[in-house]
Design a protein around this ligand. Structure first.
Ligand code: TYD
Length: 394
């Protein structure tokens, strides 16, 4: 495979096998035409970048049926409110603000009452419509050179560009950074948050790898990539979201750099996060994790225990398909998203049910697929008396 930034050939170090679209929840009559791709991952040591080899075209994933809504978690709503407070230091009362992948407008909502001009880019039509209904200026388009080139009010005049859990979705990082460059003012700031490679290795949460997550970033990789384009990573702040993320603050070269940057990069060098060898170790841990979870599920079944899944996350698609866990193991997966309910999970075709069904048909054990929302979910389900489990520590 070719590195998407440097064009250098890199060998995939691991395959997770055939994978469907992670958010491709389907009806029975679509089973026979389901799309699969081989999910392999590779690592470019030159820029310390962990990346997917092949991946479906973005249009296959982010379309008018995209079933992910930021507002589905109260915790995330609070997180975005705090995030909006954090970035206020980078703007003036009349600054222009852009969000890449603005989803249902949960983040930008925090700026609509101000004098700032705002634009959200959201390619998934159904989610963009919700944002527009809530009066959040939204362009139903991918963020790229073509979609920004005519935004005269914003070209070189945008003081803040934000993104959350979306930069890793964009295959052409070169064009992304060039588009950011077109918009950003001289002292402008680009802030983005992404799941952290270090947390994924530490927790062996390989379910962070799926079609939409083309890259898994670290401070080392972000710093090296942006340097190529005359930008600098000026600060980096760990976040608890998605089981461990980093918030990256990028400015044009020549700005003051916080000591947080060198501290995290030194730490990453110490644990080998910038080396292929840590990926090879991760591969072994994924294989062990698969054996462990299958042993656990098989032993529940041997003892006559029933199992359901909680939250039909995108992440669960990787677990279910890599471990070959199907409806013989798990009776159903409950979820709050109306677009998923009544459909079947991608690849393994486990039925998706609503929360009412879960409360009326409780199983002995529950596989928590949204382990990153554990606190919020345990709080909601404190009357469930069975056993929670997951492939990561709960
Ligand atoms: P999340 O871990 O944020 O997403 P993903 O892995 O898909 O990126 O989980 C979002 C999914 O979890 C979404 O389908 C809604 C579901 N969910 C529930 O069903 N109940 C809950 O309490 C929470 C927090 C999420």
């Amino acid at each position: 495979m070719k590195c998407k930034i440097t064009n250098k050939m890199i060998n995939p170090f691991m395959s997770f096998g055939k994978m469907p679209i992670a958010n491709g929840f389907i009806n029975k009559d679509q089973f026979s035409e389901e799309f699969f791709f081989e999910m392999q991952v590779g690592f470019n040591e030159e820029i310390s970048l962990f990346q997917l080899n092949d991946h479906p075209k973005p249009e296959k994933m982010f379309n008018n049926n995209y079933p992910f809504f930021t507002s589905s978690s109260d915790y995330m709503k609070n997180h975005f409110r705090d995030y909006s407070m954090f970035v206020k230091k980078f703007i003036k009362p009349d600054s222009n603000i852009v969000e890449i992948g603005s989803n249902d407008g949960t983040f930008l909502k925090n700026f609509v009452n101000d004098k700032n001009k705002i634009i959200g880019f959201e390619p998934s039509q159904n989610v963009a419509e919700i944002a527009k209904k809530n009066k959040i200026p939204t362009l139903n388009e991918f963020f790229n050179k073509k979609s920004v080139e005519n935004l005269n009010d914003f070209l070189n005049k945008t003081d803040l560009i934000c993104a959350s859990n979306v930069i890793c979705h964009i295959p052409n990082l070169t064009e992304l950074i060039e588009s950011v460059d077109m918009l950003l003012s001289k002292n402008g700031t680009f802030v983005f948050e992404e799941p952290y490679l270090g947390s994924m290795f530490e927790k062996v949460s390989y379910d962070q790898i799926y079609d939409e997550h083309i890259y898994m970033f670290s401070a080392s990789s972000v710093s090296k990539i942006f340097k190529i384009f005359n930008f600098a990573l000026v600060d980096v702040i760990p976040q608890p979201t998605h089981g461990g993320s980093l918030r990256y603050i990028i400015k044009r070269k020549g700005n003051e750099v916080s000591s947080n940057v060198s501290k995290i990069i030194e730490y990453e060098t110490k644990i080998g996060l910038d080396k292929l060898s840590s990926c090879l170790n991760f591969k072994i841990q994924c294989e062990e994790s698969k054996k462990k979870i299958l042993n656990k599920i098989n032993s529940y079944k041997k003892n006559g225990k029933s199992i359901c899944g909680y939250a039909a996350t995108s992440k669960s698609t990787t677990i279910l398909n890599y471990c070959n866990i199907n409806s013989n193991h798990i009776d159903y997966i409950c979820d709050t998203t109306k677009e998923k309910i009544g459909k079947f999970s991608p690849g393994m075709h486990i039925p998706i049910k609503d929360m009412d069904y879960f409360h009326k048909n409780q199983t002995d054990c529950v596989y928590l697929f949204a382990w990153n929302h554990k606190k919020e979910i345990f709080n909601k389900e404190k009357y469930f008396k069975g056993e929670w489990f997951s492939h990561v520590e709960l």
